[in-house]
Ligand binder design. Structure first.
Ligand SMILES: C[S@@+](CC[C@H](N)C(=O)[O-])C[C@H]1O[C@@H](n2cnc3c(N)ncnc32)[C@H](O)[C@@H]1O
Length: 192
């Protein structure tokens, strides 16, 4: 897919999103038939970026979410970009996922953890580790300070970034960190 076309369809921020997603994919080295769970669909910037980079994606968000970040009309963009068949949408809440154990090669949270109630975040880690294949990566993208500053111009009440490491106690994880253009990226693997 021509980069200019995806930019035209997705808007200027998509270049930075895709760059950050690509940084993570380079570290993960997923196999070609890998399926990634993308938690928190939103505008599907992450899901579309993954799909455009050749990854099959299952994505979802709570059906009950009435915030400005949910229920976005992204499917038409997926069709125009030619990747609709790579993306499956299913509504779900991250602390109670409707998937069997070991369903996914990786689980991505792009700009999502800080939108999840703090009391649910540890349960979210449990669920994500349950649905990932053994040793598979869980990848959190949380906004850098400059990114938050930009987001708050249109959404002044936007929550602070979350620190995923606060919720990993007792999991036996290894974490690798990357600084992206717009996000801090933390890659967790269960080594217990
Ligand atoms: C800012 S959007 C994320 C951006 C999106 N990942 C993208 O690439 O465009 C925040 C998302 O988190 C989702 N969300 C909030 N609470 C959630 C929860 N408990 N479980 C799953 N998703 C949740 C919202 O519904 C929304 O889709």
């Amino acid at each position: 897919m021509n980069g200019d076309i995806s930019l035209e369809i997705m808007g200027p921020i998509f270049t930075a999103v895709s760059g950050d997603v690509s940084l993570a994919l380079k570290v993960l080295e997923l196999k070609p038939e890998a399926i990634v769970l993308d938690v928190g669909t939103g505008a599907a910037q992450c899901a579309l970026s993954l799909a455009l980079q050749g990854v099959d994606v299952v994505t979802g968000e709570p059906a009950t979410d009435t915030s400005i970040y949910a229920g976005k009309d992204w499917y038409d963009k997926a069709k125009r970009l030619g990747v609709a068949e790579r993306i499956t949408f299913q509504p779900f809440a991250a602390h109670d996922m409707p998937f069997p154990e070991r369903s996914f090669d990786a689980v991505f949270f792009f700009g999502v953890l800080h939108h999840i109630d703090e009391v649910q975040r540890q349960a979210v880690f449990h669920e994500a580790f349950r649905v990932i294949k053994p040793g598979g990566p869980m990848v959190f993208f949380e906004p850098k300070a400059k990114t938050l500053e930009v987001v708050r111009r249109s959404d002044p009440g936007h929550p602070d970034a979350a620190n995923p490491e606060e919720y990993t106690q007792g999991f036996g994880t290894r974490v690798d960190k990357i600084t992206g253009q717009m996000m801090h990226i933390s890659i967790f693997r269960n080594i217990a």
